[in-house]
Ligand binder design. Structure first.
Ligand code: ZN
Length: 222
C-alpha cells in the first residue's frame, strides 16, 4: 500500500491509499487472472476511488493480460497431427499440394501429420484460417494454383467432419459424406437410408447428441 500524494476527491480530508488486486477474466470461455490492478481507498471516508491515472495504468495491465492470455490459449490449443490431416483432407489437397499452398517445404505435411515436426505459429494460423474461413482457403488455393471446387457441403458441416476426423478416417469418408449431406438437406428418405445403413456399421451417428457412438452398447465415445 502506498499513500497517494493527492487528497480524497470525495471528502477532501483523507489521503488516498493505493491497493493492488487480481481479477478473474475470460475471453470466449478461456479463463485467466488479471494481476496487478490498482485502486485507491480514502483513509478517512473509506470511499473507493479510481483516479484517471490509475485507470490508465489498469487499462495497460488489462490489455497486456489479455494479449498474454490469447498467446497462452493458442499455445494450449496447438493443432494436433490428426487435425492437420483433417484440414488438408477437407481442402482436398495432397501433401505436396498442401506444401504448395501453405509453404513449409516439400515434406512439411508428412512431418506435421506424423507428429515429427510442429508447425510454426504462422503455419498454424494459416491452417486455422483456412479451416474456418472458406474465402481465405479459396484465396490460398488459387494462389497455389489449385482449382477451387465448389462443394455443396456447407463449411459448417465440413468443420464438423474435421472435428470427427479420427472416427471418420476409420469409416468410408466419401460414403458417409454423401449420406450426411442427404441428412442435413432434410431428405427424409435418404436420411432413413442413412440411419439403416449406419445401424450396421461400426459407428452410429446420433442426431440428438450430434456425436458418434461405436455400434456397441458397452463402449461410449465422448
Ligand atoms: Zn475521503
Amino acid at each position: 500500500m502506498n499513500a497517494d500524494l493527492k487528497g480524497c476527491p470525495v471528502c477532501g480530508e483523507g489521503a488516498l491509499v493505493q491497493h493492488i488486486h487480481d481479477r478473474d477474466s475470460e475471453i470466449d470461455g478461456y479463463k485467466f487472472v488479471i494481476h496487478g490492478l490498482l485502486y485507491s481507498v480514502c483513509d478517512h471516508c473509506h470511499e473507493r476511488v479510481t483516479t484517471p491515472e490509475l485507470s490508465r495504468q489498469n487499462k495497460k495491465v488489462v490489455i497486456e493480460a489479455r494479449a498474454n492470455a490469447l498467446t497462452e490459449r493458442d499455445r494450449e490449443q496447438r493443432l494436433t497431427p490428426s487435425t492437420i490431416l483433417a484440414i488438408r483432407k477437407k481442402l482436398r489437397l495432397t501433401q505436396s499440394q498442401a506444401a504448395r499452398v501453405f509453404g513449409g517445404g516439400a515434406n512439411a505435411f508428412s512431418k506435421y501429420e506424423n507428429g515429427d515436426v510442429t508447425p510454426s505459429d504462422g503455419m498454424e494460423k494459416l491452417l486455422r484460417i483456412s479451416n474456418e474461413v472458406p474465402e481465405a482457403a479459396n484465396w490460398l488455393l488459387r494462389r497455389g494454383g489449385i482449382p477451387v471446387v465448389q462443394t455443396s457441403v456447407s463449411s459448417a458441416i465440413d468443420a464438423k467432419l474435421a472435428l470427427h476426423s479420427d472416427l471418420l478416417s476409420r469409416i468410408n469418408e466419401e460414403h458417409f459424406r454423401q449420406h450426411f449431406e442427404a441428412l442435413v438437406s432434410s431428405k427424409a428418405a435418404a436420411a432413413r437410408g442413412f440411419a439403416r445403413e449406419f445401424h450396421h456399421s461400426e459407428f452410429l451417428y446420433s442426431a440428438a447428441n450430434d456425436s458418434f457412438q461405436p455400434n456397441r452398447p458397452d463402449v461410449m465415445v465422448a
